[in-house]
Design a protein. Structure first.
Length: 325
């Protein structure tokens, strides 16, 4: 199933390379509906990039489509999880992570239908998720912590944005998704509940901005300016007096109410500059993006996402973040 998924991924890249048309902005960034990436919208709407003297176009795409566009060279950068960036690198195009936006702190969920209250009850059940990507890793972590393996369940492949409908249909007993999709599933199925979340495995999922090596080499000063704007956005978010405005901006981008988005934002820990610098330090385990990526790399190889280890220093460049005061 994973191999079929990757063949489809590569086919879409090929089509985009044949027929895609680049826009004229100096930098092109693909972003999607994860809260830590929706946050870019603050800088966009406030014209902070223009103020910083950087010509950048943000392209709003569904998550998998954004990675396909990056692999096809239609954008210069893409917002991806550290684990999914390895998949994209192995099958399409390698990116270099220059900004750690956040780590998932509860927004990635295993959501189960009513009467299922613990992971152990999923034994022998069907679970809907996007195989080979980060939700798959979260599920395997949940199974392992509860004495189960992937062979104890039946995986059914769905694009993440279709998992709420899958749970509602009754075709699966649980789904794995991130907000806002996980929240939509909870709303669609009364009595459903999260039985494992990324808050149970903090640092398993880091969310970054990955840039092509060509663009980073050619436009390093511009990417430094983008980094400065990002931490201006972070400071603005961390200031509680801006909360109402922030929720209005972010919720409008994903077309839900500010009140709903308030709860979603709580499940994403957006890193301050000091936290990002610390996370960029090399260490084992989930406290470091290096350690987390190594764990994800082992997962990808073990489950046949790609044949041999992919992660290395080439995937991360902390120098821009570390240069900021």
């Amino acid at each position: 199933m994973v191999q079929n998924r990757l063949l489809c991924f590569c086919f879409h890249i090929f089509i985009l390379m044949l027929f895609g048309v680049k826009t004229e902005a100096n930098l092109k960034i693909a972003y999607s509906d994860w809260p830590g990436w929706v946050a870019w919208e603050i800088g966009i709407q406030k014209d902070w990039f223009k103020e910083a003297g950087v010509d950048v176009e943000f392209q709003w795409l569904e998550y998998t489509s954004s990675m396909i566009a990056f692999s096809a060279g239609q954008v210069d950068a893409c917002c991806m999880t550290n684990v999914d960036a390895l998949v994209t690198g192995a099958t399409g195009k390698k990116g270099i992570g220059i900004i750690i936006n956040d780590y998932s702190n509860g927004n990635d969920m295993v959501v189960a239908r009513p009467k299922i209250t613990m992971i152990q009850q999923l034994k022998g059940q069907k679970i809907g998720l996007e195989t080979g990507f980060v939700g798959h890793l979260l599920l395997l972590q949940a199974l392992e912590e509860n004495g189960l393996t992937e062979s104890d369940v039946e995986l059914v492949n769905y694009p993440t944005d279709q998992t709420p409908q899958a749970l509602e249909s009754g075709n699966v007993s649980a789904i794995v998704a991130w907000q806002p999709n996980s929240g939509q599933a909870l709303k669609a199925v009364p009595g459903s509940k999260p039985i494992f979340t990324s808050a149970d495995a903090k640092g398993l999922i880091y969310d970054l901005l990955y840039v092509s090596s060509e663009s980073l080499a050619k436009n390093r000063d511009d990417w430094l300016a983008v980094s400065r704007v990002w931490y201006r956005i972070v400071d603005y978010i961390k200031d509680s007096k801006n909360e109402a405005e922030i929720l209005e901006i972010l919720s409008a981008r994903v077309q839900i109410s500010p009140e709903e988005y308030k709860n979603i934002l709580k499940g994403t820990h957006i890193l301050t500059l000091d936290e990002a610098k610390k996370t960029f330090e090399k260490a084992k385990g989930f406290s470091s993006v290096y350690g987390s990526s190594q764990i994800g790399d082992k997962f990808n190889v073990k489950y046949g996402v790609y044949p041999k280890p992919e992660f290395g220093d080439k995937y991360l460049d902390p120098s821009l973040t570390n240069s900021l005061p």
